[in-house]
Design a binder for this molecule. Sequence first.
Ligand SMILES: Nc1ncnc2c1ncn2[C@@H]1O[C@H](COP(=O)(O)OP(=O)(O)OP(=O)(O)O)[C@@H](O)[C@H]1O
Ligand SMILES: [Mg+2]
Length: 509
Amino acid sequence: MTDVILTMRDIVKEFSGVRALDGVSLEVRRGEVHGICGENGAGKSTLMKVLSGVYPHGTFEGSIEFDGSPVEFRSINDSEDAGIVIIHQELALSPYLSIAENIFLGNERASRGVIDWHDTHEQAQALLDRVGLKDDADTPIMHLGVGKQQLVEIAKALSKDVKLLILDEPTAALNDDDSAHLLDLLRGLREHGITSIIISHKLSEIRSISDSITVIRDGETVDDFRMTDKDNTEQRMIRSMVGRPLDNLYPPREPHIGDEVFRVEDWTAYHPVDTSRKVVDGASFTVRAGEIVGFAGLMGAGRTELAMSLFGRQYGKHISGSVFHHGKPVSTRTVEEAIGNGIAYVTEDRKRYGLNLIASVAANITGANLHAVSKYGVIDLHDENDVAERFRTALNIKTDTVSRVVGTLSGGNQQKVVLSKWLHTSPDVLILDEPTRGVDVGAKYEIYGIINDLAAQGKAVVMISSELPELLGMCDRIYTIAEGRITGDVLREDATQERLMQLMTVGEN
Ligand SMILES: Nc1ncnc2c1ncn2[C@@H]1O[C@H](COP(=O)(O)OP(=O)(O)OP(=O)(O)O)[C@@H](O)[C@H]1O
Ligand SMILES: [Mg+2]
């Protein structure tokens, strides 16, 4: 056995004229965790799709050797048979099936053609234990947030005989605690000889877990080093990724805070299925013009539930409480009403709520405010195009044309399209749920700049984030939330990670 498990050489992949990969090479040692990083659109996901047979042999140039011999995968099944399992960036579980059904989908526990539900359930529960998910294996996927879905994906991977596990941004949706849990899980797998490749925009995390790191830029390998090398710094990674050093992670801003724009009083919502459980419990908060207000909380604390129940009651049952816009009570009962009252909610889950992946960039951007680009009820494609071009320039969306299908953009650029879509509704109050999830360091800086501009225009900005440094870097004030209740209201100058963590875990043991 050699010490190298995977060699990809000079991989070139084109999509109708777009050269996504331009001669990438990658070597992964057996039993290691290998990190891959690079800007949005650098080609990371494409490279992993080439490796796993999503793009079959013959649709790209270059060669792949796995486990000692050349391989020519024609499908995902081929690569899985060889022991390669990929967990994609955009999760792909079936929402209506249970956790257990999803884990064994296509790999059913059956004897003589009959699915053994008892065995399915038992084995699924054991796998859930392994990944540390406490939910029952019979729970439908649609009742799980993205963080928990990620753990189900990993449980699913472990149900197969995996030699190389590929994780494309596995922790993007997870908070610090859950990310740490996942990284420990990877370390455990490494001890059992499983090699993994991890793609992440969280540089500190990739540095803490990886044995080796490859940096990709514009479809080429630009750097490759081991963590035991002398020069293994974060600065080196950023320089390789961005092509230049980046001194500041957060753009400077001078806040000008005005009058109250948005106030929520005693907001309560119950779980849509488990209707006796309060997911939001008497939450009250305010946001003023020009103010950026953060919401910090652990996974499942109720941040997204609060936002979604407010915005057109998209989540929860028996919702009660009042909403005030410029001091006047308003209804946010439907999404239309919420938008009509100047509120926009930028979702954390791009795929489920944020974008129509098979429509064009332009159609997505104008999708929440069609009347602005319509005449006599008909969409004016020329106007639609102009609007889309304006946002493409303003937010620096990387796409050759705004008529491109959104699903083919890189993750970070999809996020900018979601942002554009809600900015186009000209909101007064902008609720951003994990706005930089899966976004590279350079583009994060650009998005922070956009958020700062919005605040400077006098908008009230709410920012939900799992990354405390991001909240500390951006917000004027931070609310903490635990078990559906607001447990703290901390000014930026009084906020520290420790203080926030303390308030986020109030009431927990
Ligand atoms: N199916 C497709 N059709 C056309 N272009 C595509 C397709 N898939 C990817 N691309 C393009 O290939 C390039 C690489 O995309 P890829 O998704 O691999 O980037 P990435 O490094 O994973 O980015 P991110 O960090 O945002 O996930 C991008 O320019 C993207 O727009
Ligand atoms: Mg990607």
